[in-house]
Write a protein that binds this ligand. Structure first.
Ligand SMILES: Cc1cc2nc3c(=O)[nH]c(=O)nc-3n(C[C@H](O)[C@H](O)[C@H](O)COP(=O)(O)OP(=O)(O)OC[C@H]3O[C@@H](n4cnc5c(N)ncnc54)[C@H](O)[C@@H]3O)c2cc1C
Length: 387
């Protein structure tokens, strides 16, 4: 653990990044009576949003997200081949997706972290760490006993702590705009077309209030820049509705290599995108970052209370990675669809009864990210009571 340095403020935990992973982890650590400081280079958490904000059923069932932050439930998915002809429609008998107002989600998570006792400083950039002292741009340096790297897909904290870093990325971009309420039926439109989204999909999700139109894919396989691809797609995307207000642009890298192996060391650990906690198949990272934050906070607290480095071994990616094999295989299959003809054939395969069952399992199942059960002794699992 970091030594204290005369004249420099000391905190138990410095969390770098006030995305969902950082704010949720900070709250859980502060609830366990640790002195927690969070820094984010963004001046406002409602600007520079990178995500669509689609929460899957498993997340809104398992986590306490206030209903007012989530749009209406979406039950219909339409899967289109490149020709856009005859999409496959899959309908669930329950709400499978809800698109969140992400600015409101971050504001809520910010308030919750502060209510638990964490101090959140915006407009402060993590620069480096050396011999326990963390240099920050926009604030005085601090000494942190432990650093939580929640600084996204290209984590600087991961590099500085000598932990694993993400190496495989999709890049995604989307347009978001309000639509006239009540004019559409909420639905999730997915287009499999490697010309616009090589290795992934183009999507339109309309939650009845906002439309999100996006594309993502492997940058090296894109024939033009993603901005052009997005504009092309938006011009005739299926299910698009007329904007009734300003159009916002979002985007960023999405790590799809699976959870990293080495996630923790005595100086700190990684959560969220920094940890590669994204489903390699669906590229969803909101559920994984909440799920892994719980384990990260439990392990960090136990380590800070006992100083026992063995506790850190409970926060390692190896065990989770073995449960990713199937998803990584499906990701390779999706990346292997390189021509419109192959995409037409893949969608045709999904039309049959067996294909629809597979698509239903992927889209409506509970398997986008494995459960993150801490294989911990009871004393570790409930540190507040036992340690
Ligand atoms: C276009 C797009 C759409 C997506 N849509 C969905 C979706 O609908 N559903 C889903 O489940 N997943 C989606 N994802 C993935 C999901 O958004 C991420 O997995 C998730 O938001 C990761 O949260 P995070 O807190 O780990 O990282 P981030 O939200 O990226 O937060 C990292 C924070 O660290 C800060 N930061 C970085 N460097 C520094 C530094 N040096 N100093 C201080 N602060 C720093 C950043 O400002 C940022 O606030 C999408 C991703 C993209 C790119």
């Amino acid at each position: 653990m970091a030594p204290t340095v005369a004249g420099v403020r000391t905190v138990d935990v410095l969390v770098v990044g006030a995305g969902l992973a950082g704010l949720h982890t900070a709250r859980l650590l502060a609830l366990r009576d640790l002195d927690v400081m969070v820094v984010d280079r963004r001046r406002s958490l409602s600007s520079g949003i990178r995500t669509t904000g689609i929460f899957v059923r498993r997340t809104f069932e398992d986590f306490d997200l206030p209903d007012r932050l989530l749009g209406p439930g979406v039950r219909d998915v339409l899967l289109y081949p490149p020709s856009r002809r005859s999409p496959i429609r899959l309908t669930s008998d329950r709400d499978e997706y809800r698109v969140a107002d992400m600015a409101a989600v971050y504001a809520h998570a910010h308030r919750a972290a502060e209510a638990a006792g964490a101090r959140v400083q915006l407009g402060v950039r993590y620069v480096s760490t050396s011999e326990g002292v963390v240099r920050l741009a926009g604030a005085e340096p601090v000494t942190a006993r432990f650093i939580v790297g929640a600084d996204g897909a290209r984590s600087r904290v991961a590099r500085d702590l000598g932990l694993d870093v993400n190496r495989r990325f999709l890049v995604g971009a989307e347009l978001v705009h309000p639509i006239a309420s009540g004019t559409t039926n909420p639905a999730f439109h997915c287009v499999l077309d490697p010309r616009l989204a090589p290795g992934y999909l183009g999507w339109v999700i309309d939650d009845g209030q906002h439309a999100h139109i996006g594309v993502a894919g492997y940058p090296h396989a894109m024939r033009t820049g993603i901005r052009h691809l997005l504009n092309d797609f938006a011009a005739d995307a299926p299910g698009r509705a007329v904007p009734t207000g300003p159009i916002e642009r979002r985007g960023g890298p999405i790590p799809v290599g699976g959870v990293l192996r080495r996630l923790a060391c005595p100086a700190g650990l990684l959560v969220g995108d920094a940890a590669g906690a994204v489903s390699p198949l669906t590229a969803g990272g909101l559920d994984p970052c909440l799920r892994m934050s719980e384990l990260a906070a439990t392990v960090a607290t136990a380590y800070l209370r006992t100083g026992d480095q063995h506790t850190l071994a409970h926060y390692a990616g190896h065990a989770l990675r073995t449960r990713f094999r199937g998803r990584l295989l499906l990701r390779r299959m999706l990346s292997g669809i390189r021509s419109p003809a192959a995409a037409e054939a893949a969608v045709a395969l999904l039309r049959g009864r067996a294909g629809r069952a597979v698509a239903g399992r992927i889209l409506f199942g509970d398997g986008s990210f494995p459960d993150v059960e801490p294989p911990l002794a009871p004393a570790l699992a409930e540190p507040g009571k036992h340690l």
